[in-house]
Ligand binder design. Structure first.
Ligand SMILES: Cc1ncc(COP(=O)(O)O)c(C=O)c1O
Length: 439
């Protein structure tokens, strides 16, 4: 597999001694600890192509990525899945559309709905909590049969805990109603390399975005949009340029470029090894610890079942030099990479085996998540005059700004919804004390 962006940057660095162009570090701040990065951090000079008008090395590298991911079209993002979500929704839904969406969407989705003035019909599934959604094909089919004018269905899978939705079943429901399926696959770039290819496009999604930087060896900000549709593909660059910086980072593009080489040579083998590592890790820990989620690179431990809060468990691991991806009162999520080492799994197992737990179930009876009532469109509320008030005084007021706990940045209350007792309890559970409401 070729690596045209990396090759260009190498030759540029060798042949050009005076950079009279952006960026301002000029590739030579020798006392700066980032000096090595500066060497390859360039702008759209001759031969370097241009992300939103790609015809040269970037276009070639994107074609390589499409081949590696077994899809018809892949487009790079230097703004992660956030830019991917903005681009997909604008290309597929456009202005003032209607979207049926699983509620556990990232705030990038809701923020984009404010920008394009989309109306969102939320689906929660059974036993919904804020982070996870168990939305099934039947839930989506039910919503589609009611919302005959829906322009798209939007699913987030895997979720932050590593739970994977039935994308194949959901895509069949969407096809039955002729509605496109958009998937936020931010946590699942690696799914294209699992046994049987579990990537959303392989399972029937019309378009998806991946945060390459979450589970692949790619710099933060690196992402993809994948689609098999020529129609959507023809719109991506133009829509992406509405939101993205006109100076996308060549370091990010180069890391996406080199990742193609890694995945092409070894992607499937690496995922096979990670799958074995995860199985071994779970069997070492399972006499004491239990888990949720099915993804191979996410390990979500039900800390509370072992008598610890997620915060306590993460703190004890931090004392051993191990930092998790996410923790809350009940869970801790560890995120591995396609290029993790066997030693990483052993180190986590060793550290967890040393933790002594009281073995008392500490889950309280929490208020279940119930969809708040909608009073305004997301856009109208987002752009209204607002004021910040204590959550305790917010009952009955209309939310003006999506309230999320970060990570995982999933809205508890969405702009335009009426804040009720239930929402207030959940906001307080996440230590959110103030909220912006419509004046
Ligand atoms: C489900 C989900 N979607 C989208 C995003 C945004 O991705 P990025 O940080 O790559 O912009 C995130 C970030 O954590 C996420 O968890």
């Amino acid at each position: 597999m070729t690596t045209p962006i990396v090759d260009f940057l190498y030759s540029y660095e060798k042949n050009i001694s005076l950079r009279l162009h952006m960026p301002g570090h000029k590739g030579r701040f020798s006392i700066n600890p980032l000096a090595d990065c500066h060497l390859m951090d360039i702008t759209e000079v001759k031969g370097a192509d241009s992300l939103y008008e790609a015809e040269g090395i970037i276009a070639e590298s994107e074609r390589n990525a499409a081949e590696v991911f077994s899809v018809k079209h892949t487009f790079y993002s230097a703004g992660g899945s956030t830019l991917g979500i903005q681009t997909m929704l604008t290309a597929v839904v456009g202005e003032k559309g209607k979207i049926i969406a699983a509620r556990n969407a990232h705030r990038a989705f809701v923020n984009t709905c404010a920008l394009i003035d989309a109306d969102v019909i939320w689906v929660t599934g059974e036993n919904a909590d804020v982070i996870s959604s168990s939305v099934t094909p039947a839930d989506i089919e039910k919503a589609l049969s009611k919302e005959k004018d829906a322009d798209a269905v939007y699913i987030t899978s895997p979720d932050y805990y590593g739970r994977i939705a039935d994308i194949k079943g959901i895509s069949e429901a969407c096809k039955k109603y002729g509605v496109p399926l958009i998937v936020d696959n931010a946590h699942g770039s690696h799914l294209a390399f699992t046994y049987g290819n579990l990537h959303p496009i392989a399972l029937g999604a019309d378009i998806c975005c991946d945060s390459a930087h979450k589970t692949l060896p790619v710099l933060t900000g690196g992402g993809y949009i994948h689609t098999n549709s020529d129609k959507y593909a023809s719109l991506i660059k133009e829509k992406q340029s509405l939101y993205g910086s006109s100076s996308p980072s060549y370091l990010i593009l180069a890391s996406l470029d080199f990742c193609n080489f890694t995945l092409h040579e070894t992607g499937i083998n690496l995922m096979k090894m990670r799958s074995e590592n995860m199985e071994k890790l779970k069997s070492r820990l399972s006499p004491v610890w239990s888990f949720i989620g099915d993804d191979i690179l996410h390990l979500t431990v039900e800390a509370y079942k072992a008598g610890l809060s997620g915060y306590d468990l993460s703190e004890r691991l931090r004392e051993n030099g191990i930092e998790c991806e996410y923790c809350d009162e009940y869970y801790v999520t560890f995120l591995f990479s396609i290029t993790s080492d066997e030693e990483d799994y052993d180190a986590l197992a060793d550290a967890m085996e040393k933790i002594i737990q009281p073995k008392i179930l500490i889950r309280k009876d929490e208020t279940p998540f119930v969809l708040p009532e909608k009073a305004m469109r997301i856009r109208e509320a987002t752009f209204s005059e607002s004021e910040k008030i204590p959550v305790d005084n917010a009952k009955g007021r209309i939310c003006a700004h999506n309230i999320t706990h970060c990570p995982p940045c999933i809205p508890i209350v969405v702009a335009g919804e009426i804040i009720d007792e239930n929402s207030i309890n959940i906001l307080k559970r996440y230590s959110i004390c103030e909220i912006n409401v419509v004046k």
